[in-house]
Ligand binder design. Structure first.
Ligand code: SAM
Length: 241
């Protein structure tokens, strides 16, 4: 396998479950890119930095309430073991929402350290002391930060040089121009579905007329965005003014 000559995009993962990585990132395009050193990762097992026979990484919350909180002293030891932490991120449902603009920014940041929370989360003092940036992957609660870190990394890795065959692809995708992507069609041009209904494709796509295809796609993107994501549509209209 031909190795990349440039320094890989690198992610340090602070986690209690190192065996969850690379997970799906070891497959397909991201897996091949990992093999070619386009990106690299290192898991730091937080539990390795806990003291005592029980290697305790969490404790009950001050003020009472359900669940356990991850201890700041243990996580700090794990964090300080990293020589070059780069940009420090804590995956958290109360963080800044992850979107394509933030992904593009993270993909051009050479080194990230991602803290994956568990239980009720992490002691606030650790986040404050080390200026962690909180990032959320959506308005729902996962049981841990590892799947969220994998989603963030997946979206970044596909933007790295040499990962996607067709370089033009990311510029045409959903969100890259503030709109959702237009619908796709492939062979067969005439397809009868399981209910016996014949389904054809829009004529313009086989017209060979590139300008018309481009305008049809833009029109479809605009219709879909207006129907499905009025928040994006409003932003798009404002930027056009
Ligand atoms: N008590 C926390 C709350 O209500 O905000 C939820 C803790 S959750 C059970 C455990 C960990 O999963 C979090 O510390 C965080 O690292 C991760 N997590 C859960 N949902 C997430 C989301 N939407 N985005 C990013 N990380 C998330």
């Amino acid at each position: 396998m031909k190795k990349s000559k440039t320094k890989p995009w690198h992610v340090n993962l602070l986690t209690l479950f190192p065996e969850m990585f690379p997970g799906s990132l070891g497959q397909s395009l991201s897996g091949k890119a990992l093999g070619k050193d386009v990106w690299s990762y290192e898991c730091i097992n937080i539990r390795d930095f806990a003291g005592g026979v029980h290697k305790c990484v969490d404790d009950t919350p001050f003020g009472g309430g359900a669940g356990m909180v991850m201890r700041p002293d243990v996580i700090e030891k794990a964090l300080l073991s990293i020589k070059q932490p780069g940009r420090k991120i804590y995956m958290s449902p109360r963080g800044k929402p992850l979107n394509q603009a933030l992904i593009e920014d993270l993909a051009t940041t050479p080194t990230l350290t991602i803290l994956c929370g568990r239980y009720e989360g992490v002691d606030q003092r650790l986040l404050d002391a080390h200026n962690f940036e909180e990032i959320s992957i959506g308005d729902y609660v996962l049981s841990g930060g590892e799947p969220a870190a994998i989603i963030l990394m997946d979206a970044c890795i596909r933007l790295l040089d040499g990962v996607m065959g067709n370089k033009a692809t990311p510029d045409e995708e959903s969100f890259s121009n503030g709109l959702l992507e237009y619908p796709h069609y492939t062979r067969p041009a005439q397809w009868t579905d399981a209910n016996g209904q014949l389904r054809t494709i829009p004529e313009v796509l086989i017209s060979g007329h590139h300008k018309n295809i481009e305008s049809w796609r833009l029109e479809q993107s605009e219709i879909l965005t207006r129907e499905r994501r009025y928040d994006l549509w409003k932003k798009h209209m404002k930027n056009r003014q």
